[in-house]
Write a protein that binds this ligand. Structure first.
Ligand SMILES: [Zn+2]
Length: 73
């Protein structure tokens, strides 16, 4: 089962999430709001949603826009 990835909004590096999902289940998956961290690239926690996620091996998606409340940390 492929792993879902996001892109670190600080370092623009791929970041594996703890979600594994079959590709055919992605469209119907309800992933809600998630947090991942500490990020191995920048050490911060990142909020992400399904819109930010892509499968390992696919072309990376642009990172989620930095959320102001996180940027102030
Ligand atoms: Zn990061």
């Amino acid at each position: 089962m492929p792993q879902l990835m996001i892109t670190c909004p600080r370092k623009h590096r791929p970041l594996p999430t703890n979600h594994m999902l079959k590709a055919e289940d992605f469209a119907a998956a309800d992933l809600g709001d998630n947090r991942i961290g500490p990020c191995p690239h920048c050490g911060e926690a990142h909020a992400w949603t399904k819109a930010d996620a892509y499968f390992a091996g696919d072309a990376p998606k642009p990172p989620p826009p930095g959320r102001p409340e996180e940027d102030r940390r």
